[in-house]
Design a protein around this ligand. Structure first.
Ligand SMILES: [Zn+2]
Length: 140
């Protein structure tokens, strides 16, 4: 729930930025009879406004994709797994990102057979750092 509220908050910031940009455009560019497709400065400004809006939404979605679903921190430590040339033996190539606080792992597939596939978020129930320490302790 917190994850999606954070995304909505980012979109609200994007809307506020775009609203401010629109006011700035209305302040700086002289008012003609018609704005879009009738006046070249306004048409150009609206085109750039549209691209800026799409870019900001894209950045918000991209940032959200690589955040921990529990604590909202950026995911860290990308590790490439699988193999491009021995896929049947070692699995499909993918990039794994983990939350530094052990909340979960995000699997981002590098190869997509069926178009757009969802990234796999695996939540860690137990503290994975404690589990890792116990594994390294058993080798001694
Ligand atoms: Zn986390």
């Amino acid at each position: 729930m917190r994850y999606w509220l954070f995304f909505v908050a980012k979109l609200a910031v994007v809307v506020a930025i775009l609203r401010g940009l629109w006011w700035l455009m209305a302040f700086l560019i002289p008012q003609p009879g018609g704005r879009f497709a009738q006046d070249l400065p306004w048409t150009t400004a609206i085109f750039l406004f549209f691209l800026t809006g799409i870019g900001l939404v894209f950045l918000a979605v991209l940032d959200q994709r690589y955040r921990c679903r529990t604590c909202l921190r950026r995911l860290r430590m990308p590790v490439s797994t699988g193999s491009w040339d021995q896929m049947l033996q070692f699995g499909r190539p993918k990039m794994e990102y983990i939350c530094a606080f052990g909340h979960g792992t995000l699997d981002v597939h590098q190869l997509r057979f069926a178009g757009r596939e969802k990234d796999g978020w695996r939540k860690h129930d137990d503290d994975m750092w404690r589990e890792l320490e116990s594994l390294s302790g058993s080798e001694k």
